[in-house]
Design a protein around this ligand. Sequence first.
Ligand code: SF4
Ligand code: SF4
Length: 188
Amino acid sequence: MSSPIDWRFMDIVAERSGQPIATCYQCRKCTAGCPTAFVMDYDPAQIVHMVQMGERRALLSSQAIWMCVGCETCGTRCPNGICVGRINDALRQMAAEEGVRVGAPAIYQFHRAFLNNLRRFGRVHEITMIVEYKLRSLDLLSNLDLGARLLLARKLPPLPQVIRRRQEIARLFEAAGAHAAETPEGRE
Ligand code: SF4
Ligand code: SF4
């Protein structure tokens, strides 16, 4: 069954992302250059089209918006200056705010673990981040051999380094809004 149409959706996403979404004419150059399009359930050009068509529910619960790595290749290729990565940022924020079922729960949990680690220490400490990610995602056993090899090769510092002016990081989280500063649970 197709998702209900939200006619205000394009204006809201255009404003939140700062992208001229209405100017897209489906040349698909964004999709041709996107390094993660092959694993997305909707490719970048489809995402823009679905925003234009007001397919809010389908997009906010899609896996594609979490597969985007924010490389901005789409933005540099688009003849109309549309960066789908920035659209995806806005869609991810909306999905988290609205509590929709996350389309890629493990990636969502990775985002939370990464941001919490950054907020805690001011820079990422891989071991504590991975522990938090594994507890959040319940993916406890994967890649243990790789982790052990990295530890033995001393590629992972055992203790976190805390930056001196951590209050500046706290201010950044505060400026980004309450949602970024808290740790909501991903809906699975
Ligand atoms: S490159 Fe730009 S105009 Fe072409 S499909 Fe992608 S967003 Fe639309
Ligand atoms: S920013 Fe996202 S959508 Fe755009 S090319 Fe990179 S991965 Fe693909």
